[in-house]
Design a protein around this ligand. Structure first.
Ligand code: FCB
Length: 462
């Protein structure tokens, strides 16, 4: 492709996955259930009642997966560590077999010349901790700090890049308010408690990782571009409430050491009680980051709306007097997400405008698309829509860098088709189709390496 953007040498290209989405081996090596095992095994929760019991069988087939990464030519691989594998009940001593699995994976990566990047928490909370209150209670944040210490002490010498939490918005608000992610709760103050305790957990994990001498540590947020449907005072105010719930709740404490000034207008009665916040929490949460991880997929258009539940006693935390409306006239991926690459540029430049020097270097820790892949007559998946998506988003990313945003790396979501949470196996984000369910037409199909070429050709000296 001739019009590919060129990135500076040293820019990191990688691919990403997450433990529950690919590992399988749910009952092996001392692993016990996480909240996602429980959620998946509750009939009706996940589309098709799919589970991660086997997923891509990565636990057994990781050498093949590392070979795929090597053939793809990536510099780095972002994976996550399953807390219930290394510390099954979420407290107490480590499980040596669990740690050993990640140790072997890391060695395999290093041998293949691929830099490991580890996420400590990509949503698989040990069920035992959920039974004691989950992220609603502060003890879970404390346990998370201890777990971070165990893992970092074991792997810090070989893993240069660490991410504390992946998308805490999903953990707090999809998990405890919308109820479409594990543990499937629909609460008001419970979700706000969870958001704060995730932030505290992040702070404790940062401290533990610094003490263990990790080279680079940060957090990954799924910041959303919330576009007002109507350019009116009410329309703009609705977008600010959406921005508060999705973005400011994280970026304000982490990057500016304060709670969002707009939280009262966003949560009203739900945030009157503040006893979950303690003195010193903001200092813990606002520790300097080596990088901010950002996952970007699509913009959201929002309009002003009344509360869905007028009674605050029964209102969930994501009921903030706005509603999402469809993005007009653009292509949509198989997730029905609008494809708007310019909004990727806008998100990054707006973040730089807001936080200036307080914004650390950025790693794009996820970006990609699920498509209706078709196996062609030659047995290959030619992937034109995914190639176009990645191409346009890499171009948009380069535009943000040209506008002064310091971006150091980009990880495609995902290496493999995998377990897409509440949507089961129906949505395919992978560069390689191995993860598809047995019996599917894709079994054995090989992806034509256009995507791989795209990633490799983008690296230059520009
Ligand atoms: C992100 C998640 C990742 C995957 C992609 C499509 O929100 O971090 O696990 O599901 O979306």
């Amino acid at each position: 492709m001739s019009d590919l953007p060129v990135f500076p040498s040293g820019f990191v290209f990688g691919a990403a996955t997450a433990s529950y989405q690919i590992e399988g081996a749910a009952h092996e090596g001392g692993r016990v259930p996480s909240i996602w095992d429980t959620y998946c095994h509750t009939p009706g929760r996940v589309d098709g009642d799919d589970t991660g019991d086997m997923a891509c069988d990565h636990y057994h087939r990781y050498p093949e997966d590392v070979a795929l990464l090597r053939d793809l030519g990536v510099d780095s691989y972002r994976f996550s560590i399953a807390w219930p594998r290394v510390q099954p009940t979420g407290s107490g001593p480590a499980n040596a077999k669990g740690l050993d699995f990640y140790s072997r994976l890391v060695d395999e990566l290093l041998e293949a010349g691929i830099e490991p990047a580890a996420t400590l928490y990509h949503w698989d909370l040990p069920q035992a901790l959920e039974d004691q209150g989950g992220w609603r209670v502060r003890e879970t944040a404390e346990r998370f700090g201890e777990y971070a210490q165990i893992v970092a002490e074991h792997l810090a010498d070989r893993v240069p890049r660490w991410i504390t939490l992946n998308e805490p918005w999903c953990s707090a608000f999809l998990g405890y308010s919308v109820g479409r992610h594990a543990p499937g709760a629909q609460e008001g103050t419970g979700a706000l408690d969870a958001a704060h305790h995730l932030l505290v957990g992040h702070g404790l994990a940062m401290k533990a990782m610094r003490a263990a001498g990790v080279r680079e540590a940060g957090i990954t947020l799924n910041l959303d571009r919330n576009v007002p449907a109507h350019d009116t005072p009410a329309g703009r105010a609705a977008a600010v409430r959406a921005d508060t719930q999705h973005n400011l709740v994280w970026t304000e404490p982490i990057l500016a050491g304060r709670y969002p000034a707009t939280e009262q207008d966003t949560w009203g009665e739900l945030i009157t009680r503040q006893d979950f916040r303690r003195e010193g929490d903001l200092d813990l949460i606002a520790q300097p980051l080596d990088f901010l991880g950002i996952n970007y997929y699509r913009p959201i258009v929002v309009a002003d709306a009344p509360y869905r539940e007028p009674d605050p006693a029964h209102r969930v935390a994501t009921d903030n007097r706005y509603q999402e409306v469809p993005y007009p006239d653009v292509r949509r991926t198989a997730m029905n997400w609008p494809v708007v690459p310019e909004s990727f540029t806008d998100l990054l430049t707006a973040l730089k405008d807001t936080y200036g020097e307080a914004l650390p270097p950025i790693q794009i820790t996820e970006n990609g698309s699920a498509e209706h892949d078709v196996v062609d007559q030659d047995g290959g998946v030619h992937d034109p829509d995914r190639v176009a998506y990645l191409h346009s988003h890499l171009t948009a990313l380069r535009a943000a860098m040209d506008a002064g945003v310091d971006v150091r790396g980009y990880y495609v979501w995902s290496l493999l088709d995998n377990f897409e949470w509440a949507l089961g196996y129906a949505k395919r984000f992978g560069l390689d189709p191995r993860g598809v369910k047995a019996g599917s037409a894709h079994q054995g199909a090989v992806r034509v390496p256009a995507v791989c070429a795209l990633v490799v050709e983008c690296v230059g000296d520009g």
